[in-house]
Write a protein of this length. Sequence first.
Length: 135
Amino acid sequence: SNIDAKSYGDVKLLLSREDISSISPIVETRNQDGLIPYNPEDVQKTELFQVRRNSTHYAIRSGFPTTLIRAIITDRNIKRIKFLIVKKGFFIPVYNSKGDLLFSYEEYLELSKQRQEAMAAQRFNTEMKNQKKQW
């Protein structure tokens, strides 16, 4: 389908339907034919719904673990996205809409190392300040 995905926002998450199904069964609550009847047994399932009629764009209403994100696709400045990925503690590749890799595993490792060193220095400084107060 020729949908302008930017109308949904400037950051897209690439997920695998199979990965989502492995942690929770999926229930479609809206598809190309309209609404699907509600079933009380579906409460524990991950809700997947079609955003627009005759569209291949789906959304997930309930939360899901970030470990299911295969990649992030964006054309915006990714400095904050990189920070959040490193802070979370596991690698998620970031691509632009042309398919160019913007955040590699090697860069993730380097930023993770820098973050750990900065946190260690901050802990050391805090301990030194606390020791000075005791004198």
